[in-house]
Write a protein that binds this ligand. Structure first.
Ligand SMILES: NC(=O)c1ccc[n+]([C@@H]2O[C@H](COP(=O)([O-])OP(=O)(O)OC[C@H]3O[C@@H](n4cnc5c(N)ncnc54)[C@H](OP(=O)(O)O)[C@@H]3O)[C@@H](O)[C@H]2O)c1
Length: 265
């Protein structure tokens, strides 16, 4: 019979992110939630950010804590600078410097053409995806530079390369987000900070399901499994595993990269 004293203590190899503090924006649901749980499973303290769904945020924090990690939730809309500034200050006061930032919070655009789209929608997409991430980098990088290693991972999309019709605000926002990340990689390399981009294709989340319903009229995403690469639609965990690798010791010499996770297109 196994007794508690027979159970080995987790080693550094089991918890490669022990001692690190992560912030995952939009970490309450979907891809961000899966990333938050993967980082917590590797031993990181994880702050998640959300906009308004406090119930999902609390459930994700409970799941982080069930993994034995410290979890906290912070409400702030990434397109409201005062809220982002207050959140960055609160997280650092509560948990110390953030050395692993995942810029994941995002919204879809409405599907109009360039000619049909109001400037206000473009503004909202740019502020949500790009300005929030840009502002957070400014607020967190001074603390991150004091840590042995720093990571910034931004969640972009294959949309940044497809630049498909009817998706200009979303595609433009993701292109700008990638531009920020690849510039930052060059600026912060000498400070020990890695900056990488993960670009998913279609993923089974609320955003993915809404897209499939809107474009194809399909209610049940699993009907796309048979025609998808590897016989299934991409899951949030497929994206989370790539983020976990990029932020971990196995990717100690990787920066300034765009990793596409779309099953090969
Ligand atoms: N799903 C896909 O097919 C797909 C494909 C490629 C890339 N992506 C990208 O992956 C990221 C995550 O998408 P997802 O599919 O997981 O979306 P999701 O299921 O709709 O979840 C979005 C998350 O972002 C948060 N959020 C939305 N607007 C926010 C704001 N203004 N400020 C702070 N948080 C905000 C939401 O919080 P609340 O619930 O509180 O609003 C939620 O936690 C996005 O950047 C998206 O563009 C998704």
């Amino acid at each position: 019979m196994t007794t508690p004293s027979d159970v080995p203590e987790p080693t550094e190899a089991d918890l490669p992110l022990a001692g690190r503090t992560a912030l995952v924006t939009g970490g309450s649901r979907g891809i961000g939630r899966a990333i938050a749980l993967a980082l917590a499973a590797d031993g990181a303290t994880v702050a998640i950010n959300y906009r308004r769904d406090a119930e999902s945020a609390a459930a994700t924090v409970a799941d982080i804590e069930a993994l034995g990690a410290v979890g906290r939730a912070y409400a702030a809309s990434s397109d409201v600078p005062d809220e982002v500034a207050a959140m960055a200050e609160a997280i650092q006061a509560d948990l110390g410097p953030v050395d692993l930032l995942v810029c994941n919070a995002g919204i879809a655009s409405r599907g109009g053409t360039v000619a049909q789209t109001e400037l206000g929608e473009l503004d909202r997409l740019m502020r949500t995806h790009v300005y929030g991430a840009f502002q957070l980098c400014g607020a967190l990088l001074p603390g991150m530079r004091t840590r042995p290693r720093g990571d910034v991972v931004v969640i972009s999309s294959v949309a940044a390369r497809q630049l498909a019709a009817h998706m200009a605000p979303y595609g433009m926002a993701k292109v700008a987000l990638e531009a920020m990340a690849l510039t930052l990689a060059k600026e912060e390399r000498n400070n020990g900070i890695h900056v990488n981009v993960v670009a998913p294709g279609l993923v089974d989340t609320e955003m993915g399901r809404r897209l499939v319903k809107g474009v194809m009229g399909i209610d049940d995403m699993s009907t796309l499994d048979a025609s998808s690469p590897f016989g299934r639609v991409c899951r949030p965990e497929d994206i989370a595993e790539v983020v976990r690798f990029l932020a971990g010791p196995s990717a100690g010499y990787v920066t300034g990269q765009i990793v596409t996770v779309d099953g090969g297109g």
